[in-house]
Design a protein around this ligand. Structure first.
Ligand SMILES: [Zn+2]
Length: 386
């Protein structure tokens, strides 16, 4: 500082080799050298940090693809082999189903209202998994089939338009009586129809239901806490890990075209987080969603699914615990009030004649009054919790 001030104070001094100018030159050289050294050190020291920071901040174009591809793909080759939905087969199955849908629609023209879901364009499904490509707009499939997990690949179309409350109505315990299944398939919708995996001719029943615009689930039998038989190959808390895994695979491999699973019975099994973990993991590996039927207030299924990043939803109301048309209609009205209050609601009913009668009258009226009936895949939460 002293040297620079002196330099400025005597700018015109001739550059004679006086002791004073020599001292001044030496001082300036020293200061310049120090400054140069400082800058060089700074320059050489910083680039690696800047490079690291840049690498972290810059978007990696490969990331999205890698994550999207990874999401539905099982890391375990053993389960991959047992995946019931090979991409190529799913594509042709979809084409077949679309053909069946058109044929079924023509057949159903006598109905007062054609199935809305099959005729109206899709609206973007509200909940979107953060690690998946956006749903296509205009109903065109943009992503390769093997990149879209079944819970979205097989999702029923959501009727376009409207801002009213959204209700999903799930009918489970289906499959044992195909005439019954066909009758529920003729209702307005899209409904969500859930089939017991040990039933027979499921492929035909599912094709009819999907053709009519409904969404399909697998109704997975699990151990109840009461004395009731959940059916063959049910998931039980007392099974060995190997046998439990075998039964999970057996059930999930029984048919195709379903978006996910809801539990049949299971008040004991779903309350056991350790027993439920391999089930939820299998759903994650296969790209399926989980609807917790909440047959027990202690069910751990929904929370576990959220924690493991499996698209999840939870039943709000059972519709037909009282098998009576008036009581069932009252439950449907209660479901509607819940949806009007919270925006959405999920009700579960069963293939009873009274449930069919109540729904046949209630659905067209609710839809005409602005209630949006949506498939359960439109109401799942697809983010990872905590
Ligand atoms: Zn059931």
């Amino acid at each position: 500082m002293t040297a620079r001030r002196r330099g400025r104070a005597r700018p015109r001094t001739p550059l004679a080799a006086t002791p004073l100018t020599l001292l001044l030159a030496a001082g300036l050289t020293l200061a310049f050298g120090l400054a140069l050294g400082f800058l060089a050190g700074k320059f050489l020291g910083e680039p690696p940090e800047q490079h690291l920071a840049g690498a972290e901040a810059a978007p990696n174009p490969a990331d999205e693809g890698v994550i999207a591809a990874r999401a539905p793909s099982p890391p375990e080759p053993r389960l991959e082999q047992t995946d019931p939905i090979p991409a190529a087969a799913a594509g042709s199955a979809d084409a077949d189903l679309r053909q069946a849908a058109s044929a079924e629609l023509e057949r159903l023209t006598h109905l007062p209202t054609p199935p809305a879901a099959a005729t109206l364009p899709s609206e973007a499904v509200a909940p979107v998994a953060p690690d998946l490509p956006d749903p296509p707009e205009g109903g065109e499939a943009l992503a390769p089939a093997d990149m879209v997990p079944p819970w979205r690949r097989y999702a029923a179309l959501v009727p376009a338009g409207g801002i009213g409350p959204r209700i999903a109505i799930v009918i489970d315990d289906l499959g044992l009586n195909s005439a019954q299944s066909a009758a529920f398939s003729k209702l307005d919708g899209p409904l969500t129809l859930s089939y017991l995996p040990y039933a027979h001719d499921l492929a035909d029943q599912v094709a009819v239901a999907r053709g009519a615009g409904h969404e399909i689930m697998l109704h997975l039998p699990m151990e109840p806490s009461v004395d009731a038989d959940p059916g063959p190959n049910a998931l039980l808390t007392g099974l060995s890990a190997e046998e439990l895994q075998r039964r999970i695979v057996w059930n999930l491999d029984r048919f195709e075209g379903f978006v996910g699973v809801n539990n049949h019975m299971g008040s004991r099994f779903t309350a056991d987080a350790e027993a439920m973990t391999p089930v939820i993991q299998a759903l994650k590996q296969r790209g399926l969603l989980f609807l917790d039927s909440r047959t027990s207030a202690d069910s751990r299924g929904y929370a576990l699914a959220r924690r493991l990043g499996v698209p999840a939803a939870s039943r709000d109301l059972f519709l037909d615990n009282d098998d009576d048309v008036v009581r069932i209609t009252a439950q449907l009205d209660l479901l509607r009030r819940m949806a009007e209050q919270h925006g959405t609601a999920i009700g579960i009913g069963h293939p009873h004649a009274n449930t069919l009668t109540a729904l046949a009258a209630w659905l067209p009226k609710a839809i005409a009054e602005g209630i949006r009936i949506v498939p359960v895949s439109a109401l799942v939460v697809a983010t990872v919790d905590g």
